[in-house]
Ligand binder design. Structure first.
Ligand SMILES: [Zn+2]
Length: 126
């Protein structure tokens, strides 16, 4: 990046100097102004940031082992088991409610007197 920044497109070297923090405040201002107004350089800068950013996003190799070890520890296993059990209990209680509602409906049909049954059949045109 030189004094002709406004007329010349930015290069990879300009982006690298920006990353290294060796640009003056005036150069930084011109770099930002140029990338904001020039689509070509804006895309190039984004591509540059994406390439260099990938290295930073890479997690450390030991992290996967640490996570796996932590997941196998008793307190985590117990918490996981409790969560699974409570899901099963919720399903059981739901099934119980549905069964009770069904049983109550069947009971009501069989205990209904004929007058009420005829009234309902007339309402529903059965
Ligand atoms: Zn440009």
């Amino acid at each position: 990046m030189t004094t002709q920044l406004q007329t010349v497109h930015l290069s990879e070297a300009d982006f690298e100097r920006w990353e290294q923090g060796v640009l003056t405040p005036e150069q930084i201002e011109r770099l930002l102004a140029h990338t904001a107004s020039c689509g070509c350089c804006g895309d190039a800068w984004f591509a540059h940031m994406s390439r260099t950013g990938e290295m930073l996003e890479e997690p450390p190799a030991y992290l996967a082992d640490e996570i796996l070890q932590r997941v196998r520890q008793p307190d985590v296993v117990i918490a996981q088991k409790a969560h699974t059990t409570s899901k099963r209990m919720q399903l059981f209680l739901y099934s119980l409610k549905v069964s009770m509602a069904l049983a109550a409906s069947i009971y009501m049909i069989f205990t209904m007197d004929t007058a009420t049954l005829e009234l309902i059949m007339n309402i529903f045109h059965l």
